[in-house]
Design a protein around this ligand. Sequence first.
Ligand code: ADP
Ligand code: MG
Length: 516
Amino acid sequence: MSQLSAAASCPPILPLKHGDIEGTATLPLSDYHAIDQQLLHKIAYDALVWSSLHGLVTGDKSVERSGSVPGVGLVHAPFTLFPASFPRSHWKQACELAPVFNELVDRVSQDGEFLQDSLSRTKKVDEFTSRLLDIHSKMLELNKKEGICLGLHRSDYMLDEQSKALLQIELNTISSSFAGLGGLVTELHKKLIIGRHHHIGWFLLRNMLSHYGELLGLNSDRIPSNTACNQFVDALAKAWCEYNDPRAVIMFVVQADERNMYDQHMLSLALRERHHITSVRKTLAQIDQEAELLPDGKLFVDGQAIAVIYFRAGYTPLDYPSESEWRARLLMEKSSAIKCPSISYHLAGTKKIQQELAKPGVLERYLENKDDIVKLRKCFAGLWSLDESDITKRAIERPELFVMKPQREGGGNNIYGGAVRDTLIKLQKAGSQEDAAYILMQRIFPTSFATFIMRSGCCHKNHAISELGIFGTYLRNRDKVILNEQSGYLMRTKISSSDEGGVAAGFAALDSVYLT
Ligand code: ADP
Ligand code: MG
């Protein structure tokens, strides 16, 4: 027997970690624990092969420089073996919110005074927010208006078990990730359920997978298709057309050691294949070295005209280790290139602004349509600033019901449980302005269910909870709204005992939706 066939019949790489999964799962996927172990190993093996063949991969943390050299040190992105159940009505609700949030961001971004005022206290204690606001102020002083605005957003939600309400976690307006890899997981799940694997010739496996689909009553049509990658790319291409310079390219602003680069490369490839548009990748430091701003506002980087700047970096203070990176950000903002996001779109997506928008009467300043306002309010969780003393008192008494959030993106920054109480007491004792760095949010408790998470080639059986992200694309050229759409989704599933949720940050796995 050859090594390959031996491996195919008995995958050696999947030590299953058994958790206690009785009792809490939701139908129809609750029957996971009834799956025959041998079948499970085969499905997991097949899913791992599929992920490698189709680029569902990231740089491997354990391999040095795996984030900077493509094709070296790859590992599959963490993903769940089967899709997560999600009620159709809440799915529809989340999808319908996308164009409304797109419009809201666009309107709020044009109210420079609101952005500056809302963040003025935060500015005093948070250096990063302060630097972003400085760039924003400079643009206001220059009376610079963005003619063409491009938003590639992702609004994240959890379904609260007790209230059965779909509640927004946050709205990402910068570097909304996984439009690429998220769609691949959707495809993988559909394939696993249908069991069409003729191309690798595992007829036996195919039969077993078909059997598996029937066994659990799973129907691949219940997994909504996910065209996030193409829709993001089409939006970038439309923006590029509006800029109207055939020689100009799209610049991806990236981190030097990005491990989630294949998610980004999927967009670059699709830009080339669908639209014949060239894209280049530059770090903020490279841009500082190579960029030139012409008197007419045109931006050139390494001699190349730039039509659209797509930020996949610049959302965390870690991306600005020196003045060089801040110089690059400012220079880009001054240019006439289309920025995705502009500094005002970036600020409109901060957690402080999310909290301000949830205050009574604020949405009414930006949206006319009453139904839209009702829809948005319905998905707002409790959000408070720390100067509301009755809420801080309550959070000290019952910290488990709150999440404390600083003005940061990218996962791993929030405060939970007992640490909420400790931090609040510390801030009170200090009596300083430090509290302005945070907001308080109602903690959402989604239903936990049993799932299998594939990570580093191993299959882990866990209790998990899910977070649904809905992508949105928006493009406006002066008075003309060219695009305002819901554009695919990202389901993420994390072990229910983990507080944080990022996939790239190592907390969650990519998933897809199974409509119930
Ligand atoms: P980041 O910008 O770092 O992604 P988020 O607001 O999305 O910040 O929080 C990170 C993670 O923390 C989320 O993905 C989610 O898993 C968890 N989380 C955030 N807010 C809440 C909340 N109100 N209730 C429960 N979990 C939350
Ligand atoms: Mg988030």
